[in-house]
Design a protein around this ligand. Structure first.
Ligand code: ADP
Ligand code: MG
Length: 703
C-alpha cells in the first residue's frame, strides 16, 4: 500500500471525519436554513431569532415549505409540535404530511399555519386548574430559538417542532413559556446593569450545561423488579457488602458493554446537534454521567430532555434499562443533574468571569453580588423548584447536598468578598481591603477538582453550579426560578446605580452597594462540608430555610411574596404559579400512592410466598433432624425457622398498615413503606438466595 492509499483508507474509516458530516444532520439549523430558504426570508428569520420574537406571519409559509422539504428529503413522513407539559416530560402528537386529493393522489402539505400553531387536544395534560374542562384545547406556538429536528427509529422519521404550549387565554400550560419569559427578564436587567458600567446595548443570554447522572441495569433483571418498573426505584433491597466504599468505580475503566452503549448514545445525540462531550463512570457501581458542552439556556433545556430520551431508548437496544430516578437504590449514591448556569454577553464572555482590569473586576463582583443577594433572598423558592418525591430521598442523604440552599464561593473569592465587606475608598492601599473598580483581583483558578461537591450551589470559576437538581427533573423550572430571582436582584442593583452612572460618585456608590449586599446576605455563603450534621444546626442558627420535604417546599410557591415576585417580572401570573404548585402536589401524591400499591403487590405476590417456601423448607429440615435421632444442627435449624417464621408472621400486619395508610395521607404512607422495607429486607437476609423472588442489589448493581 502506498502512503497515499493508506491515508485515504484511514480517512474513509475515521469516525471523527464521518462525524463531521453527521453532526446535526437531523437538525433544521441555520446552516440548513440558508440552503433551503430564499435570502430575504432567511434574513428575516435570523432577525426574529436574534430578537427572540415570534415568527413573522408573512414568512411562515415559506419557512414551513422549506422545513417540510428538508424533512421529506431526510425521510420524514410526519410532523409534530414537540412540547413540555407540566408533567415535566415531553409530549408529541404526530400528523402525516400526506393529504389525498380528489383524484386519489397524495400531496405533501405543511402550511405556515400548521407550523406556527398547533391545537392538540390537551384535556389529558395536567393544567392545575388553568384550563376549564369545557376548553379542552391547548395551543402550541413554534419557538424558533430552538431548531426543529428529526426523530428517528429504524423505520420512522418525524419532524419535531419545539413549541410553547398555552391555553386559549394565553396562560402557560408548559415549562417552556415561563422559561423563555425568565430568560428575557434576566437579560433585560443584566443589560441595565451593564449599561451603568458604560456597556450600552449589549445582549445578555443565560447559558446552561447540564451534567446528567444515571444508572444502568440489565433489562432481564429489571423485568423481574415490579418496583423498578412501576416506581423507577427499588422499594426493597439490602446494600451489598461491597458497593462504593472502595471508590473504584468513579472515573474507573468503562466496561465494553457500557462503552458500546455510551457510543451509540453519543452518535444519536450528535446527529441531533447535541454537543455530547463527556462520559464517565460515577461514584456508585452501575452509575454513569454524560455532559454536553453548555449552550443557550432554552436550547440546553430542550437538549437535556432529548438526552434523557436517547439514554432510555439506546438502553433498550443494548439489553439495558436506564434509571433516571434520583434514588434508585437505598444506601447507594443517588443521581443528580448539575445545572451549570451563567450569564454571558457579546464580547464579554461569562459575566461571572473576573476579567483582567479593575473595571472588569468591578462588573464581575457586581454580578456575583447579585447572585448572592438573589439566592439568600429566595433560597426557599429555589429549594421549591427542585422538590419532587424522588429528590426528597436524595437531598441530605449524606451523599447529596442537604435541602438547605447555600452558596460555595471558594477560598479566594470568599476572601475578596470579605475584603469588600471591610473595605472602603479611604483605605485603598491598605492590606486586606478591596476597592471595587480600583484594585485588581488576583486570578481565581477554576476549581477543577470538584472538591466542593457538598454544596448545593457552587461558584466554579466562571459559572455557578446548581447541584441540588434531581436527575429526572427538567432543568426548565429550576432555571426559570434562578433567572427570575437573579433578575430581581439585578433590577434593584440597576435601580441604585442608574442615577450615578457616568458620574464621579459611581464608584463609591457601587462600593457601598456591594458592601451592603454582602453584610446583609453573607449568611448564605458556606464553604464548609455541607454533608456534616453541624452545618444543619449552623444553617438553622443563621436563619436559612431548611425545607426537608417536597410538601414543605411546595408551600412556598403560593405565598404572597412568591406570587408577587413572579407576577412583577411577568414570568408567571398568580394563576400560572398556583397551577404549578397544584400539579407538583398531585404528582407527588400519585407517585407515593403508586409506591404503596406496588409494595402491597410485591409483598402479597412475591415476598409472602417466598417466605412461606422458606418456612416450609426449614420446618422440613427441623422435622428431618428430629427424625434422624441425631441432635446436631437442630438448634440452628430451629433458630432460623423461628427467625424467618417471625418475620413471615409480621407481613400480614405490614400489608394492613400499608393499605390503611393509603387513606391517611403522605406521611403515613411513607412510614408504612419504611416499616415494610425494614421487615422485607430482614427477610431477604434470612432467606436462601435461590428462594428469593426478585434479583437483589448485588445482581442489579454490577452490570
Ligand atoms: P466538571 O463540573 O465535571 O468539573 P466542567 O466544569 O468543565 O466539568 O463543566 C461542566 C459543565 O459546565 C459542562 O456542560 C460545561 O460545558 C459547562 N460550562 C462550562 N463553562 C460554562 C459557562 N460559562 N456557563 C455555563 N456552563 C458552562
Ligand atoms: Mg460539575
Amino acid at each position: 500500500m502506498t502512503a497515499k492509499e493508506s491515508t485515504t483508507s484511514r480517512t474513509e474509516t475515521s469516525p471523527c471525519l464521518q462525524l463531521q458530516d453527521q453532526y446535526a444532520c437531523d437538525v433544521f439549523n441555520i446552516k440548513t436554513m440558508r440552503t433551503y430558504l430564499s435570502k430575504g426570508v432567511f434574513n428575516k428569520l435570523m432577525s426574529t431569532l436574534k430578537l427572540g420574537r415570534k415568527l413573522d406571519p408573512s414568512i411562515a409559509n415559506e419557512v414551513a415549505q422549506a422545513m417540510k422539504q428538508w424533512a421529506v428529503d431526510n425521510g420524514a413522513t410526519h410532523y409534530t409540535h414537540w412540547f413540555q407539559p407540566l408533567t415535566g416530560s415531553t409530549a408529541e402528537k404526530h400528523d402525516a404530511f400526506l393529504e389525498p386529493d380528489k383524484e386519489g393522489n397524495l400531496l405533501l402539505e405543511f402550511t405556515g399555519k400548521s407550523l406556527v400553531q398547533g391545537e392538540p387536544d390537551a384535556s389529558s395534560f395536567p393544567s392545575g386548574g388553568l384550563r376549564a374542562t369545557f376548553e379542552a384545547r391547548g395551543y402550541t406556538a413554534w419557538d424558533p430559538t430552538s431548531p426543529a429536528f428529526i426523530k428517528r427509529t429504524p423505520h420512522s422519521a418525524t419532524l419535531c417542532i419545539p413549541t410553547a404550549f398555552c391555553s386559549y387565554n394565553g396562560e402557560a400550560l408548559d415549562k417552556k413559556t415561563p422559561l423563555l419569559r425568565s430568560m428575557n427578564v434576566v437579560s433585560k436587567h443584566a443589560a441595565r446593569v451593564l449599561a451603568c458600567f458604560g456597556r450600552l446595548g449589549v445582549d445578555v443570554v443565560s447559558n446552561l450545561g447540564a451534567e446528567q447522572e444515571y444508572f444502568l441495569v440489565d433489562r432481564e433483571l429489571y423485568k423481574k423488579r415490579p418496583d423498578l418498573i412501576m416506581c423507577g426505584r427499588t422499594l426493597f433491597g439490602n446494600v451489598p457488602p461491597k458497593h462504593q466504599q472502595m471508590e473504584d468505580h468513579y472515573f474507573g475503566c468503562i466496561k465494553d458493554r457500557i462503552l458500546e452503549y455510551m457510543t451509540a448514545v453519543d452518535h444519536d445525540l450528535w446527529r441531533l446537534g447535541i454537543p455530547a462531550k463527556t462520559r464517565h463512570n460515577e461514584v456508585a457501581p452501575g452509575q454513569f454521567e454524560i455532559a454536553p458542552t453548555f449552550e443557550e439556556l432554552n436550547l440546553a433545556v430542550d437538549h437535556n430532555m432529548l438526552i434523557m430520551e436517547v439514554l432510555r431508548k439506546e438502553a433498550a437496544k443494548h439489553g439495558l434499562v436506564c434509571l433516571l430516578h434520583e434514588k434508585p437504590f437505598a444506601g447507594i449514591n443517588g443521581s443528580g443533574k448539575h445545572n451549570n448556569w451563567s450569564l454571558s454577553a457579546d464580547g464579554l464572555g461569562s459575566l461571572f468571569s473576573p476579567g483582567a482590569t479593575p473595571h472588569e473586576n468591578a462588573l464581575f463582583l457586581t454580578f456575583i453580588a447579585a447572585v448572592i443577594k438573589a439566592i439568600d433572598t429566595h433560597a426557599d423558592v429555589l429549594r421549591a423548584s427542585i422538590s419532587k418525591l424522588g429528590n426528597d430521598h436524595r437531598l441530605g442523604a449524606n451523599e447529596a447536598p442537604p435541602a438547605i440552599i447555600s452558596i460555595f464561593l471558594g477560598d479566594q473569592l470568599e476572601e475578596i468578598v470579605q475584603q469588600i465587606k471591610h473595605g472602603g475608598a479611604r483605605s485603598s492601599r491598605s492590606m486586606g481591603t478591596m476597592n471595587v473598580g480600583v484594585d485588581t483581583i488576583p486570578d481565581l483558578p477554576k476549581d477543577t477538582t470538584d472538591r466542593n461537591r457538598t454544596s448545593p450551589f457552587a461558584f466554579t470559576g466562571n459559572k455557578f453550579e446548581f447541584r441540588a437538581v434531581g436527575s429526572s427533573q427538567t432543568c426548565a423550572w429550576p432555571m426559570t426560578v434562578l433567572n427570575t430571582i437573579v433578575a430581581e436582584a439585578l433590577d434593584e442593583i440597576a435601580g441604585a446605580l442608574e442615577p450615578v452612572a457616568g458620574k464621579p460618585e459611581f464608584r463609591q456608590t457601587l462600593q457601598n452597594l456591594l458592601q451592603d449586599i454582602i453584610v446583609k446576605h453573607e449568611r448564605v455563603i458556606f464553604n464548609g462540608d455541607g454533608y456534616n450534621d453541624a452545618w444543619v444546626q449552623e444553617a438553622e442558627r443563621r436563619g436559612l430555610p431548611h425545607l426537608r420535604t417536597t410538601l414543605e417546599a411546595l408551600e412556598v410557591l403560593d405565598r404572597p411574596g412568591t406570587l408577587a415576585l413572579f407576577a412583577k417580572y411577568g414570568v408567571m401570573s398568580e394563576a400560572e404559579l398556583k397551577a404549578r404548585k397544584e400539579v407538583q402536589y398531585e404528582i407527588y401524591v400519585k407517585e407515593l400512592a403508586i409506591e404503596a400499591k406496588t409494595a402491597i403487590d410485591m409483598i402479597e405476590t412475591q415476598y409472602m410466598p417466598a417466605a412461606a417456601r422458606q418456612v416450609k423448607e426449614l420446618a422440613q429440615t427441623v422435622a428431618a433432624i428430629r427424625a434422624s435421632g441425631v441432635g446436631a444442627g437442630l438448634s440452628a435449624a430451629v433458630a432460623t425457622l423461628e427467625k424467618v417464621g417471625g418475620l413471615y408472621e409480621q407481613l400480614p400486619g405490614i400489608l394492613d398498615t400499608l393499605r390503611k395508610s393509603r387513606t391517611q395521607g403522605c406521611g403515613e404512607i411513607k412510614k408504612a413503606l419504611a416499616e415494610a422495607r425494614r421487615v422485607v429486607d430482614l427477610l431477604e437476609k434470612a432467606t436462601d438466595d435461590a428462594l428469593w423472588p426478585v434479583p437483589n442489589y448485588d445482581q442489579l448493581l454490577f452490570v
